[in-house]
Write a protein of this length. Sequence first.
Lengths: 452, 440
Amino acid sequence: MPSHLPGIASGRLAPDEYAANFLDIHPPLDHHQAVVEADRCYFCYDAPCVKACPTSIDIPLFIRQIMTDNPIGSAETILSQNILGGMCARVCPTETLCEEACVREEAEGKPVKIGLLQRYATDVLMEEQGEQPFARAPSTGKRVAVVGAGPAGLAAAHRLAMHGHDVVIYDARPKAGGLNEYGIAAYKAPDDFAQKEVDFVLSIGGITVEHGKAIGRDVELSDLRKGYDAVFLGMGLAGVNALGLENEDLAGVADAVDYIAELRQATDLSTLPVGARVVVVGGGMTAIDVAVQSKRLGARDVTVVYRRGQEKMGASGYEQDLAQTDGVVIRHNAKPSRLLTEDGRVAAIEFEETMEDGGRLVGTGVTFTLPADTVFKAIGQTLVPAALNGSAETIALDGGKIRVDDERRTTLPGVWAGGDCAATGEDLTVAAVADGRIAAESIHRALSSVAA
Amino acid sequence: MANLASSFVGIKSPNPFWLASAPPTDKAYNVVRAFKDGWGGVVWKTLGTDPPVVNVSGPRYGAIHSNDRRLIGLNNIELITDRPLDVNLREIKEVKRDWPDRALVVSLMVPCEEHYWKDILAKVEDTEADGVELNFGCPHGMSERGMGAAVGQVPEYVEMVTRWCKQHTRMPVIVKLTPNISDIRTSARAAHNGGADAVSLINTINSIIGVDIDNFAPIPTVDGKGSHGGYCGPAVKPIALNMTAEIARDPQTRDLPISGIGGITTWRDAVEFMALGAGNVQVCTAAMTYGFRIVQEMITGLSEYMDKHGFTSVDEIVGRAVGNVTDWKYLNLNYVAKAKIDQDACIKCGRCHIACEDTSHQAITSMLDGVRHFEVIDAECVGCNLCVNVCPVENCITMEQMVDGVDPRTGYAITGEYANWTTHKNNPMAAPAAVVEPAE
């Protein structure tokens, strides 16, 4: 097969190889496997796994419900805390969350497969029952605007709708789901799961989604504050950090998130061009996702270069192992210093090796050059505050993100925020869902007390 | 390799592991396979009168499983052999001829009239089998016809039939007892009074193993209906062990040989039965679950155990624990133990805490200085052992005897003196001086 094709090319693989390479990375458990795995749970008291879960799902209970052949009840336990429990089961870095905390990890280095069990239960509910187990409370007549139809926005909208409020979600993209739809690696959520889950969440009713409406472009925060009883901001991070090199707009240099989005929306992966020699700059989940997917599309050499040591990488150990198993090379302690061009395209990228000097990262002066027809930037996304702070009152930021309190209230009255755009915890789907739910409960309390 | 040779009521076998009378011993084909795998003996599946009984052609077994489908308990509604008597007798004779070093005992169940027993005993003697076992235990089907457990539940019948059999045969007579009674000692004494050479126990426990909760019928379900059956397998072992011990320590039956049956799956189970007084053991469910080859594990396990303890004969194990089985009233009330948690082994699941907190004595912490930490509070611990049993880590929690000082729970000094309920001040029937357990 033409994987030897130089430069950027599509169709590097045989047709069936695409399907095989982008299969479900964690095949689901069948009924027997789920019941046997569930039996491994010790039903701990004050369980460490629950504490490790940003959405505080009652994990021992939902596992016991699987063990007793009650997967629907199990799914209800999960979804009552995390309405995107199906996606979280697929994309959560469980090895650094619930499964790391599992006492069987300490006992024998083999935690209960909590993520796969969560997927089992939620799959059964979504496939067998179809409809969601939650119903709307009687209408309150209150209206809430939600900005962003990603995990935070969907979770907030669902909880608000449950409480009887009417919700309008504004989203910049043509499809809802946010990074679940445009950002997650394809092999983590195949079979259009993100859209199925969006439909599942919205089926509660009382939620309208306005597509193609970006904040700061099509809608203004000040107008939303005037037109609604409350506003939740969950639009994620629209900006991408630059490498800070000359010629960064050179052909062949791209944002990893854009490429991943393109890949996720491609109906035929064999038509998606990919380089032969791909260099990824960064050390987080996005870096790994773009590297592995490039490799699986047929790129010959894929190298991830991270400016600090391995222990500082944002990507989990599991993700790093996955990349290396797929043949991705990960190099540490080097930062990009120069893009080399040929015929107006990138041809190589030069790195300078680094070292830590009292916690500060310094270049050593030693350089190396990697040939590259593609350079992906994956060194983080940023909030674009101009979208929020137009001519109206400004919203306070914290480290470049929206400042929020424990209830996810921003410094602007009537405005809450959560997910990646808010200065809360980690940039994880599950953390965004937690933010959305917490904010929705806070909004509900605020709107209820106004009514009272 | 220790010498495992066994002689049970004069019946010799190369090891004490026999297959119990049950489906695995219904015909020569199975029995020969068992002997090839190393079983020391078999009790041939129960023979009856012709015409043979008819079994259901639907499901005969139901089971209790762990979640990974380990079979914990099995229940059956199969009757005695459904093959013609002469076929069984011919095969028994051939097998005994071909396998002279193995024990071959024949299980019998015929109506409660002397001539039936006299007649069938003569036929079994012709096969040169080593002995007979009287099936007074089968709790399903045959009991409706006045046989099996219907006999075993009436001590007078047990004694009467046993006596007939002893009169009409030279062969050793083993009486198989049903556990479906209120006091096993009554049945054992009846067999003993009738002249039995030994008893074997337990037969299966009357049971409904489950209910199909969609179709509302007992399991196993035959055309929409179910019937009570006989329960066996690992789950019944504790019941069988107790009944074995009760007979072994009963002054009236203490010398009566016992063939132990009930959930024996490994060599350890066998040793436990033998320590409580069984001269040998019989196995069925384990073989039906895993096949005959398990006997090889049992043989090597018993051998290693005997070598480790310096036992040169299996008889040295028999009854070794009987002297330590006593009545509750003789237990030492001055013995004090406290649970101790090995903090290095603890995986912090918290099960000891919640079990103690919710259901026992509030004697285990869950937090210490704001950190998840499980530790026994000696001033509350009654030494009940619940935490040990619910802890998923073996040997993480142990019961440590207090040998001196003061029990912080009761404030009483540890004296090391033995004192039991018979003299306790709270006992309205207390004797002036402690009654020590009778020596015999």
